[in-house]
Ligand binder design. Structure first.
Ligand SMILES: CC(=O)CC(=O)SCCNC(=O)CCNC(=O)[C@H](O)C(C)(C)COP(=O)(O)OP(=O)(O)OC[C@H]1O[C@@H](n2cnc3c(N)ncnc32)[C@H](O)[C@@H]1OP(=O)(O)O
Ligand SMILES: NC(=O)C1=CN([C@@H]2O[C@H](COP(=O)(O)OP(=O)(O)OC[C@H]3O[C@@H](n4cnc5c(N)ncnc54)[C@H](OP(=O)(O)O)[C@@H]3O)[C@@H](O)[C@H]2O)C=CC1
Length: 290
């Protein structure tokens, strides 16, 4: 099946990035969110990322303008009726995602593929809610989407070969490297990454070192581009907690128990860069100021 039009639901940090790389690859894009505020913020993120690429000469003025021209913004899921592929990037909550996929399954064309950018939630369960498990798949992008090359491709129990082939082709056309993994909690990426982040939070809570020292150890000693606490702020502490809960529930081992400090920070609304404060403090442009 040839994909021409891509819908993206959720205009947060991931949804806006996915819409951007899809439009850069030449697809017609419809970006949908529930409210005007996040939609405007998502479009602003796309504009500033494209401006950065233009400034660096990675994009011509014409490509820049055409990319923006390919993105239609909307507050209505009904505008996804003509899409060939819809990628969901709303909050990491199984109930909310199931509800959305039930609606998408009812309103999109029967041959359209539905994909989730979930970080950890079982693809097979979301596929069932969509009512079209053969044409359902996990398409897991990485943050920041315009920069990171990986797309983790996760087949559900009933995903067809045609669906897998179609999203692999889309990912490649976006300039990404698709890697196929099985439908286990957290897949590969977050089964490995999130316990490290959770352990860094636990080490901070136990007073093993300051947050700066913990981050420095991993940056300077392991050559990670960001320390784990800085990275947790970048991802969003709500998303980190949601992923740890899926690992804990899904794999049933104590080693995946979310750190109480992580939980407390989410309860306090300290979600990281997106709310201006997490382990560190950020200005409105997302630059670390404290
Ligand atoms: C939770 C999940 O389910 C899965 C996940 O996504 S986990 C998170 C995965 N992501 C990571 O681990 C990110 C780790 N961090 C990094 O790789 C880097 O710190 C970073 C790429 C974010 C920033 O890199 P940096 O060197 O500190 O900053 P900076 O120089 O501004 O950016 C590096 C390059 O990326 C570009 N860039 C960064 N963000 C960009 C954006 N949003 N749009 C376009 N370009 C961008 C910059 O322009 C720069 O390009 P040049 O090399 O051509 O100069
Ligand atoms: N952050 C990361 O590094 C990564 C995240 N992911 C996954 O991507 C998904 C999105 O994460 P991220 O972009 O960081 O989250 P954000 O909080 O930045 O964005 C989520 C967006 O979805 C909107 N939204 C919430 N519910 C609905 C709905 N029912 N319909 C339409 N839009 C909705 C939110 O609006 P509002 O603000 O009004 O609630 C918000 O704009 C999650 O599943 C996450 O696990 C995957 C890879 C990396």
């Amino acid at each position: 099946m040839e994909v021409r039009k891509i819908g993206v639901v959720g205009a947060g940090q991931m949804g806006s990035g996915i819409a951007q790389v899809a439009a850069q690859a030449g697809y017609e894009v419809v970006l949908v969110d529930v409210a005007e505020g996040p939609l405007a913020k998502g479009m602003e993120r796309i504009r500033s990322s494209l401006a950065r690429l233009l400034e660096k000469g990675r994009l011509s003025q014409e490509e820049h303008d055409q990319t923006l021209g390919r993105i239609q913004r909307s507050l209505l899921l009904e505008d996804l009726k003509e899409a060939d592929l819809v990628v969901e990037a709303i909050l990491e909550d199984e109930g909310a995602k199931r509800e959305l996929f039930t609606r998408l399954g009812a309103l999109t064309r029967p041959e359209a593929i539905l994909a989730s950018n979930t970080s950890s939630i079982p693809i097979t369960a979301l596929a069932r809610a969509s009512g079209r498990p053969e044409r359902f798949i996990g398409m897991h992008f990485f943050n920041p989407v315009p920069v990171m090359r990986l797309v983790e491709v996760i087949r559900g129990q009933l995903t067809s070969d045609e669906t897998r082939d179609a999203v692999v082709e889309v990912a490649r056309r976006m300039g990404k490297e698709p890697v196929e993994v099985q439908d286990y909690p957290g897949f590969v990426s977050n089964r490995l990454l999130m316990p490290m982040i959770n352990e860094a939070v636990q080490a901070l809570m136990e007073g093993v070192a300051t947050k700066e020292a913990i981050d420095q150890v991993m940056r300077l000693g392991m050559n990670h581009p960001m320390g784990p606490l800085e990275l947790a702020d970048f991802i969003g502490l709500d998303t980190c907690l949601a992923i740890m809960e899926v690992l804990h529930r899904g794999l049933g081992e104590d080693k995946y128990r979310p750190s109480p400090l992580l939980r407390r920070m989410v309860q306090a609304g300290l979600l990281g860069r997106k709310t201006g404060r997490g382990f560190y403090v950020y200005d409105e442009k997302g630059n670390k100021v404290g």
